[in-house]
Write a protein that binds this ligand. Structure first.
Ligand code: BT5
Length: 320
């Protein structure tokens, strides 16, 4: 753990922390501790100092800094290592770029992205500090490239459960990767991977959650985009992010331990796409059908004219 992180954790744990105690615990001089306090203040921490009592944390910045996110997090893999950026092109692009050097579960998080991506290089919009934008690097040993949909599924289940548990709102999963509240898309998932023949080298799952945007924050053509603050009164980015990381860690552990069936049945239960009339493109031709089922291999089975079943493994559907 970095020294600054240890100092913040001490300050979060106690109301006053003496400079001598911190210096002894961390093996630093009192001047070194003071220098860290100065740079933490520059980062936005409000830290009171008193010659007799030491230091007291009076306020924290609104950023998703690793030292705040990690405090008492208790995760096995996801979020044990975190890299934070104030501004980056895309956390997915960055995580894919450096994945080889990162351990399983490392999180790359940003306050703002200026080239945020959806699938097929579509744009993912965000406003600084109003979303949670992060990517998780996963390096499971045994998952085959054809099972990539399982990552999207365990992430969708984790996100939905956190939102239901912490806000009480109804959340729907729209196949394959969208999280909706009522008719608004409030979160999206982008799963990318680097694979060789039958082996996955690493997977990067990118997650964007709209927290506090108003409808004016989305461009005009994004009629179905929404944020959680449109549905719930007070919602805290840091609290939700920490809950999402612990939930991801919980379900990733289940996944690694061969319990994907539980995840799949939860996913199916929360996915409202079944039974809906949908439009999609088949070899570039628009087709309308009724969703018959979501299959174990992640495919959407759609009944089209004449009763034929079409299996969709990727792409977009419009619910009619
Ligand atoms: C997604 O793609 O929904 C995946 C979004 C993943 C974003 C995260 S943010 C952190 C990480 N770093 C990245 O660069 N990406 C990931 P898709 O299903 O293709 O949906 C993209 C479409 O959603 C766009 O074409 C828009 O129509 C719409 N859209 C764009 N921004 C949106 C927003 N903030 N909220 C809701 N919809 C949005």
């Amino acid at each position: 753990m970095l020294t600054k992180q240890k100092i913040i954790h001490s300050l979060l744990a106690e109301s006053w922390v003496s400079g001598v105690d911190v210096a002894t615990r961390l093996g630093l001089s009192r001047t070194a501790v003071w220098n860290h306090i100065v740079s933490l203040r520059e980062k936005g921490y409000a830290i009171k100092s008193d010659p007799k009592r030491g230091y007291k944390l009076q306020g924290v910045p609104s950023s998703l800094y690793p030292e705040l996110v990690s405090y008492g997090l208790g995760v096995k893999r996801i979020g044990r290592q975190m890299i934070h950026h104030d501004l980056i092109g895309s956390t997915n692009t960055e995580a894919m770029r450096i994945a080889l050097d990162l351990s399983d579960g490392t999180v790359v998080v940003a306050e703002q992205q200026d080239h945020g991506r959806g699938r097929l290089n579509r744009k993912w919009e965000s406003v600084s500090g109003k979303s949670i934008l992060f990517s998780v690097v996963l390096k499971p040993d045994f998952v085959r490239p054809v099972e990539a949909y399982k990552f999207t599924m365990f992430v969708a289940v984790s996100l939905s459960e956190v939102l239901i548990e912490s806000t009480g709102i109804d959340v729907d999963i729209k196949w394959p990767n969208d999280i909706y509240v009522k008719d608004k898309k409030v979160a999206g998932i982008l799963t990318e991977m680097s694979a060789e023949a039958d082996t996955i080298k690493h997977v990067v799952v990118g997650i964007g959650i709209n927290m506090d945007q108003s409808s004016n924050d989305f461009s005009g053509d994004l009629k179905n985009a929404g944020s959680l603050s449109m549905f719930v009164q007070s919602i805290d980015r840091l609290v939700i992010f920490r809950q999402v990381l612990s939930k991801l860690d919980f379900y990733y552990d289940k996944f690694l331990n061969g319990n994907f069936d539980t995840i799949f049945s939860k996913w199916k239960h929360m996915c409202t796409t079944k039974g809906k009339t949908v439009r999609f493109k088949l070899k570039n031709v628009p087709v309308v059908g009724v969703v018959d089922d979501i299959l174990e291999d992640g495919a959407l089975s759609v009944k089209v004219g004449g009763g034929d079943l079409v299996k969709l493994y990727s792409g977009d559907i419009t619910i009619l």
